[in-house]
Design a binder for this molecule. Structure first.
Ligand code: ZN
Length: 113
């Protein structure tokens, strides 16, 4: 029961079993490349980074790159997505994470005494 041709243009709702992460800046979805999750905290407590991706709350994603972070902040894409202002502390953390992520590859700094 496999249709040849593959792509159909139906507007049927697709089952969303896998939550797709979409960068708010470049709008690209990424499964392999980890996007940074930013969540809105409850009770107007602002926003926070959620590296683990496990915290509850409305989240937005951005690529851990200088370009996407800069764009997301500059054009207030994160703010619009989360419907709340992004504090400077979070913006700075994002920038730091982006520059760190650009440098880091597979090697994590291992701290040992
Ligand atoms: Zn991006």
């Amino acid at each position: 029961m496999v249709k040849p041709g593959g792509r159909t243009t139906t507007e049927a709702k697709q089952p969303r079993r896998v939550p797709l992460r979409t960068c708010v800046a470049c709008r690209s979805t990424s499964g392999k490349r980890a996007l940074v999750r930013v969540i809105r905290l409850p009770d107007g407590a602002g926003v926070a980074l959620d590296p683990s991706g496990k915290r509850a709350g409305r989240g937005a994603y951005v690529c851990p790159t200088d370009a996407c972070v800069a764009l997301a902040l500059k054009q207030k894409k994160l703010e619009r997505s989360l419907k709340t202002p992004i504090p400077d502390t979070v913006a700075d953390a994002l920038r730091a994470l982006a520059s760190a992520g650009a440098a880091a590859t597979e090697t994590e700094p291992v701290k040992s005494d």
